[in-house]
Design a binder for this molecule. Sequence first.
Ligand code: SF4
Length: 210
Amino acid sequence: MYKVKEIFRSIQGEGFNTGKESVFIRFSGCNFWNGRVEDRLEAKCNFCDTDFVGVNGKNGGNYNLKELIEVVERVWDLSFSLKKKNVILTGGEPLLQVDKKLLDFLKKKNFTVAVETNGSIKTDLDFDWICVSPKDPAHWNQKKGDELKIIYPQDKFNLKEIVNLDFKFFFLQPKDDSLMKLNLNKTIDYCKLNKKWIPSFQFHKAIGIQ
Ligand code: SF4
């Protein structure tokens, strides 16, 4: 069974594919935080802005493979039926649950499949797009993909070194905390001076969509 917090349609709000119409499958659970507010300070990343606990979100549930695909297709058909089908596997940490059977089935149904991962679990699955956003250098194992996204600032990462890894695009995204304005300025300044890094903004938040 796949534990899914929610399934919804929206546009990708950040990174290289900003604006791309997609169905998002948000898998329940993460290996970097248990999702409890009282445990946030001990989490590997304590700035998480996502509710990934449980299966009680929109279209959430415990699904077998066939049921999960049916929900994804239904959600897609509600809005985007004439467009190229795209699904984004996110979380929580999706690679705790995503397997070859699910990927193959989605592709058989003509979806392109992207994954957004914290990079702690190495994968050789044949995704169409891999976005890695590491939060802890000591637990970073997936070091190649399409898009690397660093939440900034995070002193744990040496940006000058990791910019040489095997990714096509390198994004810095301002950390969305009480210092957001300052983080935004720092992000822009760093990217101006270091051209390989591209600023990423969370447009879905700015325009008030999920
Ligand atoms: S890895 Fe991602 S989903 Fe997990 S706690 Fe950190 S920010 Fe949240």
